[in-house]
Write a protein that binds this ligand. Sequence first.
Ligand SMILES: Cc1cc2nc3c(=O)[nH]c(=O)nc-3n(C[C@H](O)[C@H](O)[C@H](O)COP(=O)(O)OP(=O)(O)OC[C@H]3O[C@@H](n4cnc5c(N)ncnc54)[C@H](O)[C@@H]3O)c2cc1C
Length: 311
Amino acid sequence: MSTMHTEILVIGGGPAGLSAALTLSRARRDVVVLDSGEPRNAPAQRAHGLLGLEGIRPLDLLARGREEVTSYGGRIIHDRVAHAQADDGAFQVEAESGRRIQAGTLLIATGTRDILPDLPGLAERWGRDVIHCPYCHGWEIRDQRIGVLATGPMSAMQALMFGQWSPQVQFYPQGLDYPADQLAKLTATGITIADRRVTGLAVQGDALTGVVLDDTRVNPLDALVVPATTRARLDGLDGLGLQIEESEAATTLVADAAGHTSVPGVWAAGNVVNPAMQISEAAANGARVAMTLNTELIFQHAENKTQESVS
Ligand SMILES: Cc1cc2nc3c(=O)[nH]c(=O)nc-3n(C[C@H](O)[C@H](O)[C@H](O)COP(=O)(O)OP(=O)(O)OC[C@H]3O[C@@H](n4cnc5c(N)ncnc54)[C@H](O)[C@@H]3O)c2cc1C
């Protein structure tokens, strides 16, 4: 297979990557987006909190974005990175299909992966009635019976958050220790604290009906909140030698506020650098990083031309 050449390769075509590609295409850059088509919120029926697009289906949003990018000449390839490396002033990327792309600049917008607790049946319900984000799903489960499953140090505060959306919130500490003042805030605001562990989910048809406790009783619920930990999606990108940051809650790709990673010529935007970004923030971040990238390329070009003219 012959090698495709492009000025800028955007890896990841979610809100951050497509927004960056739109900005770059409109700046008359030659842009290719390589995307495996599995955005983080794909399991959710609707995307919320998006001004002007409230309630749009996640995949419809991206289909619109792809059309917008291609309308300005951007190229979109459905494939997954298998290997990437810097080579002689450019980047060589090989996709799973065997396709090869050579690019002068890379922009990584591959998002993040939610790591869920290992409870049978939980992953299948993710994004529907097992959720994590009050701003994405809180309105849809307002006033319902909500359980919050502890997964780490921030879980008690997550329970407190959901108290804004429903007066029926129950917190399951799962044997983890929480500071007494945090637990006092829960009980003072009407959130109950369970004394049994959750060992499974109760499901009828295709709906969560409760959680199974370690004494086999079922506690009825309409939704279960699971504050997931996250890992930056960097499959196939190890060869670039990018700096990664690890904490208890997340693994992220290190980039400065402008989007520069630790490797010159490689930029990053969206959830891969900050898993807390909502869709609108990831898109805005992609656009902003693209503008800075474009500006740096303009200055670099002018600098090169100046050097050429004086030599
Ligand atoms: C269940 C759920 C519901 C959510 N609901 C909302 C909501 O209602 N409103 C809201 O604002 N936010 C919501 N979010 C958050 C939202 O998903 C993120 O803000 C958004 O997806 C971040 O965009 P991104 O472009 O950084 O990453 P993503 O959207 O995850 O896009 C990354 C893209 O990169 C591709 N990719 C990854 N690795 C590779 C590779 N190696 N090669 C090629 N392509 C690759 C992926 O396939 C994907 O298409 C939700 C999150 C979850 C988990």
